[in-house]
Ligand binder design. Sequence first.
Ligand code: TTP
Length: 681
Amino acid sequence: MPLARPETSDARVIAHVDMDCFYVQVEQRKQPELRGLPTAVVQYNEWQGGGLIAVSYEARKCGVKRVLDGVFRSMRGDEAKAACPEIQLVQVPVARGKADLNLYRSAGSEVVSILAQSGKCERASIDEVYLDLTDAAESMLADAPPESLELMDEEVLKSHILGLSRKDGDDFEESVRDWICRKDADRRDKLLSCGIILVAELRKQVLKETEFTCSAGIAHNKMLAKLASGMNKPAQQTVVPYAAVQELLSSLPIKKMKQLGGKLGTSLQTDLGVDTVGDLLQFSETKLQEHYGINTGTWLWNIARGISGEEVQGRLLPKSHGSGKTFPGPRALKSLSNVQHWLNQLSEELSERLSSDLEQNKRIASTLTLHASAFRSRDSDSHKKFPSKSCPLRYGVTKIQEDAFNLFQAALREYMGPFGSKPQGNKQETWRITGLSVSASKIVDIPSGTSSIMRYFQSQSTVPSRSADGCVQDHVVTPSASEGCSEQISTETQAVIPEEDTGVTYTFPNFETPDKDVDLVSEKDVVSCPSSEATDVPTQLESNRTSQTKRTGRKINNPKEKNRGMPSIVDIFKNYNASPPTKQETQEDSTVSPSTSKRANFSNSSHSSEVTQESEERRQQIDWGYKIDEIDQSVLNELPVEIQRELRRFLHPNKRLNTNSKSKGDGSTSSIAHYFPPLNR
Ligand code: TTP
């Protein structure tokens, strides 16, 4: 399906707000004595003073920069000192032997919470936000249009307006004021003028409340706003009026456009001879579609005209969580035990973040993905990519650790191929891992209501879905994604996290390149692809249903069961077990299906309406993940009556049941989060 062609007449007011040298500002707020001094934040790695990841504008003036020109590597602390002897180097906080970005994440959240008050707000990365200010601008235009303002803030008058022509001798600020206050301006420009005033106010508020400066771009769509925000930094704002769009794009190098920095951009250069975005104007939409497919062709046709229908998503929270680390050069991992050690660390961090997301935001993630970068000895195919693997996510640190390691092993088997473990000639082929990351995606709010609560429990008990050959599900990319956005998926040094649709890319340096903690770049919005969608692993529910049918070997015909579409909740509780399964339990489960020995028993037992003696015995035998008295039973009121009854019988087998449970919303209903293990236990 081609992309919807946006209404160009629809004058929206979109801002892209980008913090200036963000990590440096966060560190300077922590240590105010560093303010105004050339400062850089270096990553966790002492080799040659550590790689620079954020550089203050004072240091930039002395020639210190994050990335060295022409070389894919960051400047090292030692090199920065040589260029600027007075530079202050601050190391990122460290936890579990790797960079800990929590300080920066929460600083980013402070900013988001201020900006979110102004309109629809989308957190695009750790330090970037999109705002849709259309409503606010329209209200301002109706109630207090710019031309009616007697005084205009200095911050407004410092704005850069693209295409604003000034006669010699004209005062900059006067020209800006005149442009903003033009009575004969069209509605689009008038709305942008309101946007200029609103954004200047917001930036001042951010500074006042957080002590951070930021820069902003203001335009009619996200793409143009993002382009503009980086044009005048630090602490400034740039506006793209409709009339200035073509000029801006005609000089914009194709590779500078978001999503065109990789293979697609290269192909446009080499195959179509395109140097700037404006050069694309010479090609018809059909021609571009012939070359790059329908979606990408239309997208290219649109961006050449500055058209982008991408909406600002009302999203203040990240769309996924990831934790990663690189192991460059001699530090590449070469044994499974080392890999497992690091996966344990990464999983621990991921689990912690999932827990606080659950606790604070009542959100759960459903997919766990493992990415790695690697190389092999005697590698004939040096570009072979280490496959990424996904599976349904089970909460609890040990489960994540176990699943992550299983995913890794499945990926490694595939990477090494059939002869991987066997000697090749005289030598055994070996592998090296230069980057590892785990991520959790498909994050949703915990839905209220009954089916959802069960689904939630179910997700606690599943294991990575395996295909017939026992392999975990691949994380693959749809043809439409590969069609146009190959930079996301193709290079050996990149692994894509199924992240925000703004596309967060983890950039793993080659093993020759110096160290770079992967999570330092992981939260940067590097590329995104309009049509890129990782193929979903089956949803938790679907995969559970499928495996349920398979294991029981029959369809669910009982109408009661059908209604619920789920196994008995008692079974789920019985088998929920935070600690490793007991031998007995494993044996019991394996009688359901030998291949699922560790899986929870979802067999649709005929005893669902009666607590049998057998289940009472099991109740006492099984090592429960939850102590019964730890369960907040008020949450049971959220369940259908028959399940409440079943569950209460299970919990209090000797008590007579009162089925007239309190209805929902009586104040006693507790959050599902009470059941959740990581933080509470
Ligand atoms: P950026 O917004 O790219 O850069 P910046 O905020 O440091 O500077 P600028 O004023 O030019 O926007 O990145 C935001 C933070 O993300 C940055 O302070 C550090 C971190 N980061 C990394 O850790 N690694 C990276 O490769 C990049 C690009 C950023």
